[in-house]
Design a protein around this ligand. Structure first.
Ligand SMILES: [Zn+2]
Length: 220
């Protein structure tokens, strides 16, 4: 009788250990396979973003001047946003009403120098305003198309590597990042990413300058 009890308890312990192992495996698997979803609110705390651009320097980035007055090693909404943009390895499709933020310009140019294919779609009127970085992007050889419709091209979204969607109220301006109350949703959910890819494609084709030349020569 005693022996049976010992055997039963032993088996119970083995079963418990196995099920715990199974649970741990399941949780690990579940966690690593989770779709990325992130929400950011602005205005962002002010902090130095040198480390985002140069992640190899662990503490005080060497590229940052010793007199840099900004806090370091602080994770902010803006540093998170920058990191997501800089995660692009093959493509960045950007559809934004207003683009004047220097750090975001730097991020786009950094991606371009890494060989990432960049397409920018923006509003015709806002591309021409003072402080707009659209001209700088164009000069750097980035493909930019301006929406020529009579209404504003008011979208603010980006698709990274045809996989990650960044969308919300935030224009790519300093005021939006540092002063305004804004929101950003970052997601890898295919059901949400796909319609934005399609919308970008539609607007990109619609605003092909070659197409407009053709249209202009059509009889009215
Ligand atoms: Zn700094």
């Amino acid at each position: 009788m005693m022996l049976w009890t010992v055997k039963a308890v032993g088996l119970g312990v083995v079963a418990l250990a196995l099920s715990l192992e199974l649970l741990a495996w399941f949780l690990r698997r579940h966690r690593s396979g989770r779709t990325l979803n992130e929400v950011l609110f602005f205005p962002s705390e002010l902090a130095c973003v040198e480390q985002v651009f140069n992640p190899s320097s662990p503490h005080f980035p060497s590229s940052c001047s010793p007199s840099c007055p900004l806090p370091h090693g602080v994770e902010t909404s803006f540093s998170r946003l920058l990191r997501r943009i800089l995660s692009a390895t093959s493509s960045l499709d950007l559809c934004v009403f207003s683009f004047s933020n220097m750090d975001l310009r730097r991020a786009v140019l950094a991606l371009q120098s890494k060989g990432v294919t960049i397409r920018v779609l923006t509003d015709k009127e806002y591309a021409a305003i003072t402080g707009s970085q659209i001209g700088v992007l164009r000069k750097a050889g980035i493909c930019v198309r301006c929406d020529t419709a009579s209404v504003y091209m008011h979208h603010k979204f980006a698709v990274v590597d045809s996989r990650l969607l960044i969308t919300g109220s935030l224009n790519w301006t300093l005021t939006a990042v540092q002063s305004n109350k804004e929101n950003i949703l970052i997601t890898e959910e295919p059901e949400l990413v796909q319609p934005f890819i399609q919308e970008f494609h539609r607007l990109w084709v619609d605003n092909d300058p070659a197409r407009h030349r053709y249209r202009a020569s059509e009889p009215r």
